[in-house]
Design a protein around this ligand. Structure first.
Ligand SMILES: C[S@@+](CC[C@H](N)C(=O)[O-])C[C@H]1O[C@@H](n2cnc3c(N)ncnc32)[C@H](O)[C@@H]1O
Length: 316
């Protein structure tokens, strides 16, 4: 049986379950129930901190031998290919014979394999009584290099969360124009530019803005960081990401936060807000419709919990 579908798997530390499910909802419009899921949407696993593998399904059969038969019957051909067995879930009983299964498939494919630098990666996996064979794409984890960016400060977000913010802001559509309105040392801007977005950052504190520029330059990424108050942003964007300043919780700070939120509403259709407290009521009072939100739990590193709010302007 032929299908035009993908099988994905995700993995996350216990405390990141909410964040992963939130990202999957935004990218796939799908409520994650297990770490393996099927969809017809194509997303590059490397844009996500949680997606590990994606197989574009060519054959789905209830036995491995039927997959072999189909490969032979249809003269499946590929050059410079490599076949990998992909364990989509923990304790997959087939993992120990993964090499043997991959070899059996490889021997039946018409064309030359390449084990050093394959141009075509093929995947085979078994999940819930079925075998799936297809084109495999794996997270390349190159973005993990950003965890060593030279400049940081106590308010900086982690790389994983920054990636999720880019994904929920854009729903994975790299044609979207994004703005990181309170960019700090540029964690989110950096992930955006790395993933191919048109994104710029604004930062009111010149010293911090300079650190953001140094971070981008360190990786040779070319994104604009404007030193200035985000309330002076005039252009319109598809989405604005606002990691709200939170240093203390004085009344004065709250007023400033609300001013930032009010301006964010003016400059984008989709407004992603990161806070350290639950501000549901304030968002509502300020004419913002909450499309979705997530409470990301404290990280292992000890970062405090954060709320991420996806909003739209209710007054439009
Ligand atoms: C929570 S931090 C952002 C951290 C950032 N996401 C990172 O990972 O580095 C908030 C930042 O907003 C900046 N900020 C505060 N008010 C601002 C304003 N009106 N316009 C632009 N930036 C502002 C602060 O200087 C601070 O660096």
């Amino acid at each position: 049986m032929k299908m035009d579908q993908y099988i994905y798997n995700v993995n996350y530390n216990e405390q990141d379950g909410n964040l992963c499910a939130f990202e999957v909802r935004a990218l796939f419009d799908y409520k994650l129930k297990e770490k393996v899921f099927f969809t017809n949407k194509e997303v590059d696993p490397s844009i996500s901190p949680f997606i590990k593998n994606r197989i574009k399904i060519i054959y789905k059969e209830n036995t491995f031998n039927k997959i072999l038969d189909l490969i032979m019957a249809e003269n499946f051909s590929a050059n410079d290919f490599m076949v990998k067995y992909v364990a989509m879930y923990n304790r997959d009983p087939n993992i120990n014979q993964g090499k043997k299964l991959s070899k059996e498939i490889g021997l039946r494919i018409f064309g030359y394999p390449s084990f050093k630098s394959p141009k075509i990666l093929l995947g085979i996996t078994a999940y819930k009584g079925y075998w799936y064979f297809g084109y495999l794409e794996q997270n390349n984890y190159k973005w993990r290099a950003h965890k060593q960016k030279p400049h940081s400060f106590s308010s900086a977000l982690g790389v994983d969360m920054a990636k999720v913010l880019i994904n929920v802001a854009s729903k994975g559509d790299t044609s979207k124009c994004l703005i990181d309105a309170c960019c700090g040392v540029g964690t989110v801007t950096l992930e955006g530019i790395f993933a191919g977005y048109n994104i710029c950052g604004w930062e009111i504190n010149p010293k911090i803005a300079k650190l953001a520029r140094l971070n981008l330059a360190y990786y040779k990424y070319d994104a604009k960081i404007v030193t200035g108050d985000m309330k002076n942003i005039k252009e319109h964007y598809d989405a604005v990401i606002v990691d709200l300043p939170y240093n203390n919780f004085s009344h004065f700070d709250e007023e400033k936060q609300l001013d930032i939120i009010k301006h964010a509403k003016q400059i984008a259709n989709r407004i992603i807000i990161v806070t350290s407290t639950d501000i549901k009521e304030k968002l509502y009072a300020n004419q913002l419709k909450i499309i979705d939100y997530c409470k990301a739990e404290k990280t292992i590193k000890g970062d405090f919990a954060r709320y991420i709010w996806i909003c739209e302007n209710r007054s439009k």
